[in-house]
Design a binder for this molecule. Sequence first.
Ligand SMILES: [Zn+2]
Length: 141
Amino acid sequence: MPSTIKIEEINDLEVKRLLEDTKFSRLKPVACSQCGNKANFARRLFKIKGVTKSKHSDDDIQGIIRYHFKQNYSIEHTFFKTIGRKFIVDTATCKNCQSAAITYDIELTSELISELSKFVGKSESKIMEDLNAVAEKLTKK
Ligand SMILES: [Zn+2]
């Protein structure tokens, strides 16, 4: 375990820049689980320092950071993102009811489908077909 993990809030200007980054914004807030609001979210992003890139998806590290956010900011849902060498925590608050229990979703852009296609070695149309089949199963329950 690293000796010190530093958490630093990212300033408005850099938040704006990050949110415009398509890679960063793939995983984004879609709904408030308290009031159902689907569009009006306040984003707060934090830079995590003192964690090497190989540890970014480490459960213990993420657990410690989650605990910190719960204790200090009352934020229950935190999402971890790696952009280049930066380790970033993404949080959202509902502007309607101030809840921080926000559901995130991955937006399936054509760019992402194309990357997935290379990654799993299937054609883009086959991937869309598979995804639609999964979505159908999920909605049927
Ligand atoms: Zn809400």
